[in-house]
Design a protein around this ligand. Structure first.
Ligand code: GTP
Ligand code: NA
Ligand code: MG
Length: 343
């Protein structure tokens, strides 16, 4: 692994797709089985984002101890199907490194799927397709959390036949969108041909495959982009009222670090607002989140990539999708404010 000892940040991975394709369920499935397994500390559910530490992915995929995972984890951002990718984050191209497009295998590509794929294409964002709900194939024999090839081997000829033609259908539809695609385990050109990973968010088949593909394929195609740098790159996801703290901004910290007390600039329709970070918060890891409903863990400093909740005065009109700027001591505030609004 010479030449790869640079510090990588977690890739930011958006989940896109048509309403009810199973985007949220897929994330639930990933989180749930880790909670069930009783693994401490495990997965942290973050603000609009879920952080999956590499160690959890390792357990989930039964990866051999000596196999390396080059990224510290994955930051997964769920999006609602009815809301377009562009609404969710106006400057999304800088926000997500890759996408998982969830397709219901029984429905094929639907309207929102095609729109999502179009957006990704325009922004040149690489993606994989999770071909979800394989358990809905008539006669599917459940193999909980099994790797997909193994699960497919246990199916009847009829199920395998239906699976094959439905995959072929989706491959044709993707072709119509301008993409060559293949089942990931048959894909010999993983940099050019879109990987399809069959999954079930209900019984977990293919989930290990999806996680493993992401942690291996993503650093392979974008090592440079994933290299951690100190310069803060941060996008506002949404504004929320939280009982104990008042107005908070949920952000995705793409690069760099945020510190309590940092002077920040957010954009509003009325212009830039300069304020400072009073609290830096993340929800407690999932297990604790349940126990301590609504409580957040406070931090002095947080490093990218993460979902972060910021408590600050005067941020109630911050615009979703805009950049949050950190003003370094000694920097010209007026200049920074002008730059913030321009971005
Ligand atoms: P929106 O956020 O509304 O766009 O939908 P979504 O893509 O997040 O879908 P969601 O996870 O809410 O799932 C929609 C429905 O499909 C729910 O009833 C899920 O239980 C069901 N579902 C999701 N994934 C699977 C799957 O793999 N198999 C089966 N059988 N049902 C699934
Ligand atoms: Na839904
Ligand atoms: Mg959802």
């Amino acid at each position: 692994s010479s030449g790869t000892d640079r510090e990588l940040r977690a890739p930011i991975c958006c989940i896109l797709g048509h309403v009810d394709a199973g985007k949220t369920k897929l994330l639930d499935c990933i989180r749930h089985s880790n909670v069930q397994g009783g693994e401490a500390g495990g997965i942290t559910q973050q603000i609009g984002a879920t952080y999956l530490p590499a160690e959890n992915i390792r357990e989930r995929t039964s990866l051999k101890a000596e196999a390396t995972i080059k990224v510290p984890g994955l930051l997964v951002i769920d999006t609602p199907g009815h809301q377009s990718f562009s609404n969710m984050h106006l400057r999304g191209s800088s926000l997500c490194d890759v996408a998982v497009v969830v397709v219901d295998i029984t429905q094929g590509l639907e309207k929102q799927t095609i729109e999502s794929i179009g957006l990704l294409k325009r922004r040149n964002v690489k993606f994989v397709v999770a071909l979800n709900k394989v358990d809905r194939l008539y006669g599917w024999k459940t193999c909980p959390n099994a790797p997909i090839v193994k699960a497919l081997k246990s199916q009847s000829d009829d199920v395998q036949r239906e699976f094959k033609w439905r995959v072929a259908e989706v491959v044709t539809q993707l072709k119509d969108c301008g993409f060559n695609s293949a089942l990931y385990y048959e894909n010999k050109k993983i940099k050019e041909v879109v990987n399809i990973v069959p999954t079930s968010a209900v019984s977990g088949e293919g989930i290990p495959d999806l996680l493993l593909l992401l942690v291996r394929w993503v650093p392979e195609i974008m090592m440079e982009k994933l290299t951690y740098v100190d310069t803060v790159e941060c996008t506002v996801l949404e504004i929320n009222e939280v009982k104990e703290f008042g107005t908070t901004i949920d952000v995705v910290l793409i690069n760099g670090a945020l510190k309590k007390g940092d002077q920040i600039i957010v954009c509003t329709k009325q212009g830039p607002v300069t304020t400072s970070i009073r609290h830096l918060l993340t929800p407690y890891p999932l297990k604790e989140l349940r126990a301590k409903q609504g409580s957040y863990e406070r931090h002095e400093e947080l490093k990218a990539a993460q979902g972060v909740k910021i408590v600050a005065r005067g941020v109630q009109h911050a615009l979703a999708g805009t950049s949050l700027i950190v003003v370094k001591p000694g920097h010209d505030l007026e200049q920074a404010e002008a730059a913030a609004m321009q971005e």
